[in-house]
Design a binder for this molecule. Structure first.
Ligand code: 5GP
Length: 200
């Protein structure tokens, strides 16, 4: 992943309710050459979600089979459900020179760093913790007990933020997507990506 003709792996993390998907969707509508990795999950499908677009919704037995066949770049259990990044599409895209975005939780992100040290780790937060609470409640997709668990989880996740390369503040989707773009654009200007301009 270090050569200039390969793409870069961007791992976007942040607590549930930080607006990761909205920020990434906004970024992707304006930057179509970046590949978004669709995760597999055992969570049930939400009303507005599409199988194969938002996630591959699969049974636990199927997830476990993929796991035993080493088909995931990383995986994690999150509030009772399994989530994993299928590795093949990610490495195919990177080898073809595309940048790739993963949208995953903290432990998965940190395990990607071990496997792919060149990956760029980005932590997305809302402007405040109370804004996070409001967003989770306002979303209306989870019962109170799950929201409580997600907020507890968020507190643990915040503690890992120092291990990330960048923090994006999602004060509004426009700003969040712009900050994400700034990071991705700057990565493309790094010396290791531009060695071909150094001729002497
Ligand atoms: P949600 O159920 O809200 O869609 O996702 C719950 C959490 O799982 C979010 O933090 C999301 O980023 C994370 N997640 C989604 N896909 C993956 C994945 O493939 N691997 C890991 N480790 N986390 C994921």
């Amino acid at each position: 992943m270090t050569s200039s003709c390969n793409g870069t792996l961007f791992v976007v993390t942040g607590p549930s309710g930080a607006g990761k998907s909205t920020v990434i969707s906004k970024y992707l509508t304006e930057n179509k050459d970046v590949f978004f990795s669709v995760s597999a999950t055992t969570r049930s499908q939400r009303i507005h979600e599409q199988n194969g677009v938002d996630y591959y919704f699969i049974k636990r037995s199927e997830f476990e089979k993929m796991l035993s066949e080493d088909k995931f770049l990383e995986h994690a259990e999150y509030v009772g459900n399994l989530y994993g990044t299928p590795s093949e599409p990610v490495f195919d895209a990177i080898n073809k020179g595309h940048d790739v975005i993963l949208q995953i939780e903290v432990t998965g992100a940190l395990s990607v760093r071990k496997k792919c040290p060149d990956a760029v780790l980005i932590f997305i937060v809302p402007p405040s913790f109370s804004a996070l609470e409001l967003r989770l409640k306002g979303r209306g997709t989870e019962p109170d007990e799950i929201i409580r668990k997600r907020l507890e989880k968020a507190k643990t996740e915040y503690k890992a933020a120092d291990l990330f390369d960048f923090i994006v503040v999602n004060s509004d989707v426009e700003n969040g997507a712009n900050e994400l773009k700034t990071i991705i654009d700057a990565e493309k200007l790094k010396t290791k990506k531009r060695r071909n301009f150094i001729e002497v």
